[in-house]
Structure formats: C-alpha cells, structure tokens
Design a protein around this ligand. Structure first.
Ligand code: GDP
Length: 528
C-alpha cells in the first residue's frame, strides 16, 4: 500500500505569476521538458474527440493573443512530484487566477529583465501576500539587454516589499551574457547559446578561482563579476529558508527561458526548498496534510472541451488523505455522498493506471452542475475550506437574444457559465431580463463566444442601469420580507438563487443602506 504521508511530502504544488509577455509560457515549457512530460488538463481522456472543439476554442485565444483556459500539469522531478497550476495571463481573468492561487503552496514570479516589476506582478503579489505564499523569483530574458541586476533587486524590494536573496548572479547580459554564478553551490554555469542545456551538458566551473574560468569568460567580464559579487554579497541578504517560507524573502534566479538557461538551477532549488502541502483553514478547524481522510476543495470549474459532452470538470485541490478512483466522497454543501467517477488525474506517466492522488495533487471531477467553486469534499466530516475568494462584479450588461425562441438555452448557458465563474448572472424579480456581471470587459466577449460555440445561442450584450450589486442578508425574516416588497424593482436572484440588490447608482445604494440598517449588504457572495 502506498503511504499517503510520504507521498504528500513529495508534492510541490505551485503557480507561476507574471505580467503578460514576461515569459511564463516559455518557462513552463522548459520546466515540463525537465519533467519529461507535457500534459494539459481537461483534455486527457478525450483528446482526439475534442480536437475540433479545442481548436475552435483556441481560436478565440489566438484572436485575442491571450490564454483563457487554465490547466494543471504534473511531472516527476528528482524524486518529487511537481504540480504546476497554470494561471490565465490576461487581467480580465484575474478571478480565475486568484482562485488558482488559493490552491497552491508556493509561487514562482517571472520578471522581464528589461521591464522590471510590472503592474500585474504587483497585483498578483498582493494576492500571494494575503496567504503569505512563499515566492521564488526568476529574472528572465537575460540574453537581451536589460536593467542592471542590482537595480532590479532594488525594485523588487521597494515596490513589492519583499527581501531578495540572489541565488544565481548573471555574468554579463544581452550579447555579453557569459553565464551565471551560483552563490550557494559556488559554481559558474557557462551560457552557450544554441545548446539546449541540461545540467549535464552545460560547462560548469567549480568556484570563482577555477582554472580557465577567467579565460573562458574574458578578463573584463571576470573582473566585473568579482567586483559586483563583492558588492552584492555585502549588500544583499543570504538565503534564509525560514524567511523564504514565511514569505519575507524571495530567492532570486537569473536566466533565459527561451534558451533554457538558468532554468534547471531554479528547478533544482525549487524542489529542494519549496514547501510541501500546507495545512488549510476550514470553518471548524485546521486540516493537516498528514490526515488519513480525504479533504479537498474546488477552486475552478471548466466546461468540457468536447461539446458532445455537456458535463463540466471541477478541479479539486486535495488537502489531506488519499483519493482513490471511483471512491465516494461527502459533498459538504449539499450534505450528500457523491461518487467521484471518471476523475481525471494529471500525472504524466502511466496515466491509464493512475487511480490515486494525494495531498497537494489536483483531480478533475466530471459533473453536471452539482459542484460549484468553493465546494468541499470530505469522507464524512461536515467542514468547509475557507478563503476561496468571490469577486464583486463591476460591470453589468443585459443579455439580448437574436432568436427569441432560444430563451431557455440562453438561461441554461448563462447559469452554467456563471457556476464556472466565467460571469455572474442575475434575474431581476420584476422583469424577464437576464443581467450579467463581470469584473473585466473581456469576460463578456468570452461569454458571447461560448454561448454561441457551446449552446448554439447568438446573444449580444447591451448597457443596463446598474452600477453595483450587493448580496442581501437579514437575520430578521419579517424585515427581509418587508425589504423585499419595498425594493422589488431593484432586486434580483443570482444563479444560485441568492437575493441581490442591483443598485442604479452609488447614491441610491447609500440611501437604501441608511434606510434599512438591519439589512446587511455584502459586496460578494461569500463562499462560506
Ligand atoms: P507569457 O505571456 O508570460 O506567457 O510569455 P511568453 O512565454 O509567451 O513569452 C513572451 C515572449 O517573450 C515570446 O515571444 C517569447 O519567445 C519571448 N521570450 C521568452 N523568454 C525569453 C528569453 O529568455 N529571451 C528572449 N529574448 N525572449 C524570450
């Protein structure tokens, strides 16, 4: 029998955060290369059947030059099992990204050496900080002329407010790039463009005094390196594992993803130092990853890429215990047992027989709408994992049908897309309108595209007089009923049937709140 605790300890589950174009996709590819596998989530079982749909779906991504689907990639490396959770890059999909970040134990931040810390990096870093997620940093595109390394570290420290501990240090940059020096291993790794580096076939000099090093990189570069290292070692923080795990310090690596240079040094360090699966908070107690019984939460829902199969895949992060194929688990929100049949695992090798997953892993569960984002599964204990964020919509549109006979289809499509977190969907009490809420304007385009592609519905979206939404709660049932009667014009139900106040203006919202002091107006629908 497999020991779930030692399996758990091998897991390293992380996500890459970066501003678009910094090189996240390229770096992901290289990491997978070292793991010896590339496998995308959601397309494991029905890759052939789904090819058509997949390429259609990809067409939208291509058109936009963005990646809208997230995936899970699992690969073995150096006796570890690495789970890389991909995050969509575009700002309009930040909801998805934020939720993915609740499902990881650490993150890898990629920075373009010419651009430094960019706006999206700052935002993602803020999210990581909410849970004190440990972060490693990869400064990319060293084969191009960029800013001085010291400058870049300064910027990370001052703008992101985290101390930097350089682990590798660049020797030159752009056309003068000679290699990197590993401060902890005391090794110089030579950059030899055109070679697809692995640790074995790159040239390594042991120590700065190694014979031949100065000749190899040139006397001037060698002198510069020594001067710079004197400065850096004096001024920067040495790597401190505890400070890294407490999210107070970020180990920094330099390299070039596209040249696969400096990547393996990063990966070696990552699997050694990145945290194993961590304890998770729930409504009642902390769940430890060592626990024998299964516990996990759903952080993402994705439509099956095959339009012939209307089911969806719920991505569950396992927090404790062992998942076994076909097992029954307790769905704590509904209080019902559910058979986790046909669950997808994202293991690179032997995927036919992988029927087990452990804390740190992600599995994909097929379902027809019974599972929502934020749901918890256990082996019977009625707890719920907390901290999976829901977002207040900031933009609102009314859905308009081209063919009025497709109203049912439209409603069904919107309800499902809403459950996935692709949009939020409201039905006013007093009209037949269907109102959509989103955080970014691009979400509406994606919804329109998917309605057409997956539900055969042509819909447009038009302006509507709503500026903000509030989920309404009131302990006093009579008061709530009175509130409901008086404000029916501005009330709606969300996809889950919860009561929501759709405010035509900020002033209106403020007045209504003053008038009804016993009613609580929440900016988001809490995932418990
Ligand atoms: P993402 O948007 O963060 O996923 O970035 P991509 O991985 O798609 O990379 C954006 C662009 O930068 C692409 O054209 C890559 O080929 C390029 N790129 C990635 N890594 C490097 C690198 O190390 N050096 C150079 N010169 N270009 C790179």
């Amino acid at each position: 029998m497999t020991d779930h605790v030692s399996e758990m300890r091998r897991r390293r589950t992380f996500a890459i955060i970066s501003h678009p174009d910094a090189g996240k996709t390229t770096l992901t590819e290289k990491l997978l290369l070292f793991g010896g596998a590339i496998q995308m989530a959601g397309s494991v079982k029905s890759r052939k059947a789904a090819r058509h749909a997949t390429s259609d779906w990809m067409a939208l991504e291509k058109e936009r030059g963005i990646s809208v689907t997230s995936s899970v990639m699992q690969f073995p490396y150096a006796d570890r099992i690495v789970n890389l959770l991909d995050t969509p890059g575009h700002a309009d999909f930040s909801e998805d990204t934020y939720r993915v970040l609740t499902a990881v134990d650490s993150a890898l931040m990629v920075i373009d050496c010419a651009k430094g810390v960019e706006e999206r990096t700052i935002k993602l870093m803020e999210v990581c900080r909410l849970r004190d997620t440990p972060i490693m940093t990869f400064i990319n595109k060293l084969d191009r002329e960029g800013r001085s390394p010291i400058d870049l570290l300064d910027e990370v420290e001052s703008v992101l407010g985290i101390r930097c501990a350089p682990v590798t240090w660049p020797i030159g940059m752009g056309s003068r790039l000679k290699g990197v020096y590993h401060l902890l291993l005391d090794e110089v790794h030579i950059f030899e463009p055109g070679r697809n580096f692995t640790r074995q076939d790159s040239t390594i000099f042991q120590g700065l005094d190694a014979p031949g090093l100065a000749e190899r990189i040139g006397a001037e570069a060698y002198r510069e390196l020594r001067d710079e290292l004197d400065l850096v070692l004096g001024a920067s923080h040495p790597f401190d594992a505890a400070a890294y795990l407490a999210a107070q310090q970020t180990p920094v690596f330099f390299g070039s993803a596209v040249n696969n240079f400096g990547v393996q040094l990063l990966l070696d360090f990552f699997v050694e130092h990145a945290p194993q699966p961590q304890p998770r908070a729930t409504t009642t107690r902390e769940v430890l990853p060592e626990e024998a019984r299964l516990g996990g939460f759903v952080f993402k829902i994705q439509a099956n890429m095959d339009p012939q199969h209307r089911d969806r895949v719920a991505f569950m992060r396992i927090c404790s215990g062992t998942f076994t194929g076909g097992m029954k688990a307790f769905h704590t929100r509904s209080g019902k047992e559910m058979k986790l049949a046909n669950a997808l695992t994202f293991m690179a090798s032997d995927r036919e027989i992988v029927e087990q997953a452990f804390a740190g892993d992600v599995i994909g569960i097929h379902n027809h709408g019974t599972i929502s984002i934020g749901d918890t599964f256990t082996e019977g204990e009625p707890l719920a994992f907390t901290g999976i964020p829901n977002f207040a919509p900031e933009l609102f549109r009314r859905a308009r049908l081209k063919d009025p006979l497709k109203a049912k289809q439209l409603q069904k499509g919107l309800a499902q897309l809403s459950e996935e977190g692709a949009t939020q969907f409201f039905r006013p009490l007093m009209s037949n309108d269907l109102i959509l809420g989103a955080v970014g304007v691009l979400q509406f385009d994606v919804v329109a595209y998917r309605l057409r592609d997956e539900y055969g519905v042509e819909a447009g979206f038009e302006a509507v007089g709503v500026v903000t939404a509030r989920w309404v709660h009131c302990a006093d049932a009579k008061k709530l009923e009175e509130f409901r009667e008086r404000n029916a014009m501005n009330l709606a139900l969300d996809a889950a049937g919860e009561l929501v106040y759709l405010a035509p203006s900020r002033v209106n919202l403020q007045l209504t709140q003053e008038r009804w002091p016993d009613v609580r107006f929440a900016a988001t629908r809490d995932h418990i």
